[in-house]
Design a protein around this ligand. Sequence first.
Ligand SMILES: [Zn+2]
Ligand SMILES: [Zn+2]
Length: 328
Amino acid sequence: MRAMVLEDMGEPLRAREREIPAPGAGQLLLRVSACGVCRTDLHLVDGELPDVHTPVVPGHEIIGRVVAVGEGAEAAIGDRLGVPWLGYSCGECAYCRRGEENLCDAARFTGYQLDGGYADHVLVDHRYAFPIDPFYDDAEAAPLLCAGLIGYRSLVMCGEAEHLGIYGFGAAAHIVAQVAAYQGRKVYAFTRPGDSAAQQFAESLGAVWTGGSDECPDRGLDAAIIFAPVGALVPAALAAVRKGGTVVCGGIHMSDIPTFPYALLWEERVLRSVANLTRRDAIEFLALAPQVPVRTRVECFPLEEANAALACLREGRLTGAAVLVTGA
Ligand SMILES: [Zn+2]
Ligand SMILES: [Zn+2]
């Protein structure tokens, strides 16, 4: 099998040939057709995530078809499945027992502790592989698995918020904006100051207000989600939400948050993060997406051009989501 492998932090991925692994108990072997490129992959390659053990194959927005089924795994040969970031939970720790498997003490993550989808085959836990609605083709479906799921979980954490701010208009935001509009919410899109292309993109997805992250709409927002990995946006978002409003940080990594006056948090504003996803999030969101219907804008790259796709994401040269395709 072909795989793009992170062998040393900060180095480009290397194209390698590997033996195709056999599925163990509870595992499935997928032939990968598409895998999305997520900002977390950049954090991984740059050494910004703790406890990375190389070599590792990145990629946690995987679409593939089952080619071998391990003992006790539930799936049929040929099933088309999507594989997200959370790739294993223990089922026994206090978090798992409370239904908070996203916080499992022994969780393992696809394309981080488990080899991921920057490859033409991947082994996955059958509990963390989900059927994909036929409405989507493979490349279009890939961003649903992380940008979509983390975005959906972030949106759920905003409760009933009608006036919803979104900071950072990339892959997750372009999905959340569509779901939010479908739910009758009003989206306020905050982009890099002066980024008129991103603002026009947000308007095309139904945003009622667009502006730079240094601007404030003339009403207090009920909630705001921050997808950009920029800690300075936290006080900016707190200043934009009304009394009792919520600010949700949707990223796995963020630059330090500058000190800010307590007055920005006072009056029962809530600041929280979102970590990972649960299987329930995946089932709910993958059922909702084709009803909206969520359309994803993707730019496809051949698997071997993973480094180029990462560079485009790093340099902000994408308006949708980069997806690696294998030709399968
Ligand atoms: Zn991701
Ligand atoms: Zn657990």
